[in-house]
Write a protein that binds this ligand. Structure first.
Ligand SMILES: [Zn+2]
Length: 259
């Protein structure tokens, strides 16, 4: 990723943090508000929140995101887990795979998740002519709409690769860009444990967590997910859809290559 992009994303990130600080209430008197689980993890979570960063206690939101699907093999497994755990997530699906598996795209939507656009064939957009980029996004959008009846708003570029100009162009065209703040590393995982550890070690309020439901290590994503959800919930986190709207463009950080 280029230096210019890093700078832009760092700027965007700092805007986001500023927003979070501004949005935090002065002093919420609700440290006791915890799910009734009574586990060690829960106690540790509330202690940490109380000590370091009390204002964030009422904003312990996580945004789970899944890329590169839908996959006939892994997307149903992941949807089953999310349903069982009552968690909603955002799926950045590919146009080509939406054409291939329209029933899965419908299921994602019907089960209350958000559909985002991840391009048609997962081709990296940086360095491509603007007209190509717009066509790719539009083509994927049409495929997702044809499958689900819903027009996706959020866009996540393949590989997370995008420059400032492209980001502005797409946002202006009605496709606010969402990257992530926490890469679960599932794309390189050879078991579930490193995915669990990466997320639980680095999670913080407002994190947008990158997972995949459409690549072969997604089998480990599915294995890791129940524990991640339960431990985060015990620490007081709630799970929400990435907000749809222009504000989404500020929520970014680039982490790694393959996504
Ligand atoms: Zn991807």
């Amino acid at each position: 990723m280029g230096h210019r992009t890093s700078t832009v994303l760092a700027l965007i990130m700092s805007m986001m943090l500023t927003t979070l600080v501004i949005a935090a209430p002065a002093r919420p008197a609700q440290a006791a508000k915890q799910p009734a689980s009574g586990t060690a993890a829960s106690a540790a979570g509330s202690a940490a929140a109380g000590a370091a960063d009390a204002p964030a206690a009422s904003h312990k939101t996580l945004y789970l995101t899944f890329d590169d699907g839908p996959s006939q093999r892994y997307t149903p497994q992941i949807l089953d887990i999310l349903r069982r755990e009552h968690v909603r997530a955002t799926f950045f699906v590919l146009g080509s795979r939406s054409q291939e598996y329209p029933g899965l795209v419908r299921r994602i939507r019907l089960e209350g998740h958000e559909l985002g656009n991840h391009g048609f064939y997962h081709e990296v957009i940086t360095g491509k002519p603007d007209v190509w980029v717009r066509q790719d996004v539009t083509k994927a959008e049409r495929a997702i709409r044809a499958a689900s009846g819903v027009t996706p708003v959020l866009y996540r570029p393949p590989g997370g690769m995008i420059d400032q100009r492209e980001m502005a162009m797409l946002t202006k065209a009605g496709h606010p860009v969402v990257l992530w703040t926490l890469d679960s590393g599932d794309w390189r995982a050879k078991s579930a444990a490193p995915i669990v550890n990466t997320v639980l070690r680095n999670v913080q309020p407002g994190a947008i967590v990158l997972f995949h439901d459409g690549i072969s290590p997604s089998r480990y994503t599915a294995q890791a997910l129940p524990k991640i959800i339960r431990v985060c919930r015990a620490r007081g986190y709630t799970f929400e859809l990435v907000p749809v709207g222009p504000a989404a463009s500020r929520i970014t950080t680039h982490a790694d290559s393959r996504q």
